[in-house]
Write a protein that binds this ligand. Structure first.
Ligand code: SAH
Ligand code: SF4
Ligand code: F3S
Length: 441
């Protein structure tokens, strides 16, 4: 038998890319590939890329440039680009970087085995179609391979919302939900392999409307309740949600489903209605705040997370103040904030841009406020009892690290527990980016 070929995958961008990379690696496993942690001994290098902001896209070209020496030493080395940059700029990648053998868009991953075979014959291959078939059904799984206690599972992909700044509707295509039974089969398989926490993924995951087992579409809440029945699955999370798709049954599930964790990522982007309108967000600051209010009524201790863009075209200081006001009102446990980045082909790219220094200054002020809120909420955990799912050994002997129900990192000294154990822990200290806790017997 010949030695297995080695595959090096580097993943950029969102959790969906993390999930996709895993599925691509498993599928290429069927072609005789095993994963390697270093590009140096790889037979195939795959960059799974992100196009969301300019910097993310540029990284791809600089990373590719670094493989020049490797390819010179090993002419059989295959270099592939997958993900959202592949989708958006496939032909340009081929033109700009002759090292690249293979370009595959996010909806064509199931065709990777054939593409790899062609690349092996010395052909240059590019596939950025949006085919009709369900790629996840065609992507191979390794059912028995053991894995860590947490996993992502894509249930919905693509977006029809067309926010004026965003490339996702172009790179991932139209919104599609996977059927319920396929998700359940995949979830059960993950649990058999050691998974205890599943994060359901979608660009607009709460708009999920997959076909149910006996006809009719199911909501995300219905899917969560069905997953709640899976023995051995202890925790359920989902991301990312859109404020307009936060249905009553999902809000109720946050109040009554024990396995559904008290954490919600609900991006708002801005607090000024004028800007929200120009962003084509189709919600107002007020409607967002009312959604938060309803969620907190159902689950008072829920930790809210969000995304923000500052310096969106035509954003004034007054608009920016409205964003700070909204943050003051919500109180975020964690958040992701970005300076607006012009994306070619999106409507906002054509509009008058905000001065860069001004945008930098706003980002700093926004992040200062968010960091302060994050710290306050983290500090408020001290003295509280939380569930912790242990994910890895810590740096000190006997120390274990896991995530709390609220997704805070928690360290426990002299832990005596295994990876994959779920324990009750009392928080004793709040540190810079993590908490320290003690097991409760
Ligand atoms: N589907 C999710 C997230 C999409 S991308 C949602 O609708 O919320 C993740 C985040 O990247 C967005 O929430 C937004 O805050 C940010 N983002 C998207 N496009 C951007 C751009 N052109 N410039 C800066 N940030 C952007
Ligand atoms: Fe992008 Fe808006 Fe769709 Fe989110 S909802 S993926 S920000 S277009
Ligand atoms: Fe990036 Fe594509 Fe995800 S653009 S954020 S990798 S959907």
């Amino acid at each position: 038998m010949s030695a297995p070929k080695k595959l090096y995958i580097k993943t950029y961008g969102c959790q969906m890319n993390v999930y996709d990379s895993e599925r691509m690696a498993e599928t290429l496993g069927g072609q005789g590939y095993v994963e390697t942690k270093s590009p140096d001994d790889a037979d195939m290098i795959l960059l799974n890329t992100c196009h969301i902001r300019e910097k993310a896209a540029e990284k791809v070209y600089s990373e590719l440039g670094r493989f020049k020496g490797l390819k010179a030493d090993k002419p059989d080395l295959k270099i592939g680009v997958a993900g959202c940059v592949a989708q958006a700029e496939g032909e340009e990648i081929m033109r700009r970087q002759p090292l690249v053998d293979l370009v595959v868009g996010p909806q064509s991953y199931h065709r990777l085995p054939e593409m790899e075979a062609k690349a092996g014959q010395g052909e240059k291959v590019l596939d950025t179609d949006f085919p009709e078939e369900d790629k996840f059904e065609k992507l191979k799984r390794r059912p028995k391979a053991k894995r860590g206690p947490t996993a992502f599972l894509t249930v919905q992909e693509g977006c029809d919302k067309f926010c004026a700044f965003c490339v996702v509707p172009y790179t991932r295509g139209a919104e599609v939900s996977r059927p319920v039974d396929r998700i359940l089969t995949e979830a059960r398989d993950l649990v058999e392999r050691g998974v205890r926490e599943i994060t359901l993924l979608g660009q607009n995951v709460n708009a999920y409307h997959g076909g149910g087992p006996s006809g009719g579409d199911w909501s995300l809440a219905q899917l969560i309740w069905e997953l709640d029945k899976v023995d051995g699955l202890e925790r359920i999370r989902f991301t990312t949600s859109h404020p307009n798709d936060m249905q009553d049954d999902l809000i109720e599930a946050h109040g009554s489903c024990k396995k559904l964790m008290p954490y919600l990522h609900l991006p708002v982007q801005a607090g000024s209605d004028r800007i929200l309108k120009r962003m084509n967000r189709s919600h107002t600051a007020e409607s967002y705040l009312r959604v938060i209010e309803r969620i907190r009524a159902a689950r008072p201790d829920i930790l809210i997370s969000g995304d923000f863009i500052v310096g969106f075209p035509e954003e004034t200081e007054e608009d920016f103040q409205a964003t700070l006001d909204l943050i003051e009102e919500v109180k975020y446990g964690t958040a992701y904030s970005f300076k607006y980045s012009t994306r070619p082909g999106t409507p906002a790219a054509e509009r008058p841009q905000v001065d860069v220094a001004e945008a930098d200054d706003r980002l700093q002020r926004l992040q200062a406020l968010l960091t302060q809120q994050q710290k306050e909420i983290q500090d408020s955990m001290v003295g509280r009892e939380v569930g912790v799912l242990f994910e890895r050994a810590g740096r000190k002997p006997g120390q274990m690290v896991g995530k709390s129900d609220y997704l805070h990192s928690v360290h426990v000294e002299d832990c005596g527990r295994e990876i994959g154990d779920l324990a009750r822990v009392r928080i004793v200290e709040s540190r810079t980016n993590s908490l320290a806790g003690e097991l409760i017997d």
